[in-house]
Design a protein around this ligand. Structure first.
Ligand SMILES: [Zn+2]
Length: 251
């Protein structure tokens, strides 16, 4: 896609990333994400509009509140920057409208899901459900021919993870099942690549951690599966279809 559109997509991603920071902090607390200006968690001063420019303000203030000088987590600009990069990535690699729209829906859901799952070990329905509805509606409107394939991919992916979630609910939850469904609805058959990458990444990290701190300790510190699925989804977004073509061509 044109460099101009990629840059525009990145700029929108920055703004959306700023909103996702609000979602990440308020949604798990049950606080409305709409309205109510953001405030400093330390001194509770409202953040001024000119101090709320994504990434830029954090850099200008060198990661400190303008009022009380309490440090502000680097997570805020990182979330904004990563969202911008993911939006730009979707614009750069998508070849048709449906891929752009579903790619944007997917990466926008993945960012808060990853951080909320890391923080609270759960994936809120308040993110997966709207993402699924928007993906189904947009898919049906823009690319009705591909809709059945995406629905099957979503159901199959959710079904595949339902068994381990049912057998070992401590390792995987229904949130992961629903997330896999959303990835299938957005990426179609490439969701298989996402799940495979997630399982491999989770296993590799488990082994590395086990070797460093011991198996018992590694079990306790093992991170939830959602972030692995999100990582797998981004890999599948970038390289999923080429990998599937290569695989089906090789056999
Ligand atoms: Zn402050």
């Amino acid at each position: 896609m044109l460099p101009m559109l990629i840059a525009l997509s990145a700029a929108f991603g920055l703004l959306i990333g700023s909103f996702l920071n609000v979602v990440i902090h308020r949604l798990p607390l049950g606080v409305s994400v709409a309205g109510g200006r953001s405030e400093c968690p330390s001194c509770h001063h409202q953040i001024r509009a000119y101090d709320n420019v994504p990434v830029f303000s954090w850099l200008v203030l060198r990661g400190h509140c303008r009022d009380c000088h309490a440090p502000i987590s680097a997570r805020y600009p990182v979330v904004e920057g990563v969202t911008a990069v993911l939006w730009a990535l979707v614009a750069a690699i998508a070849t048709d409208t449906v891929d752009v729209v579903l790619g944007i829906v997917l990466v926008t859901a993945l960012v808060p899901i990853t951080l909320i799952d890391l923080d609270h070990r759960r994936i809120p329905n308040a993110i997966t459900l709207p993402a699924a509805i928007v993906a189904i509606a947009a898919g049906a409107a823009i690319d009705p021919d591909g809709q059945v394939t995406r629905l099957i991919a979503g159901i199959a992916a959710a079904g595949f993870l339902f068994v381990p979630a049912f057998l070992r609910p401590d390792g995987m939850g229904l949130g992961d099942v629903k997330l896999a469904g959303v990835i299938g609805l957005c990426l179609g058959p490439a969701v298989a690549v996402a799940i495979l990458v997630a399982l491999v990444a989770g296993t590799v990290w488990g082994v590395v951690l086990g070797a460093r701190v011991g198996v018992a300790e590694a079990r306790k510190t093992q991170i939830p599966f959602g972030p692995y699925l999100a990582f797998g989804a981004v890999v599948a977004l970038v390289a999923g279809q080429p990998l599937i073509d290569w695989y089906t061509g090789a056999f």
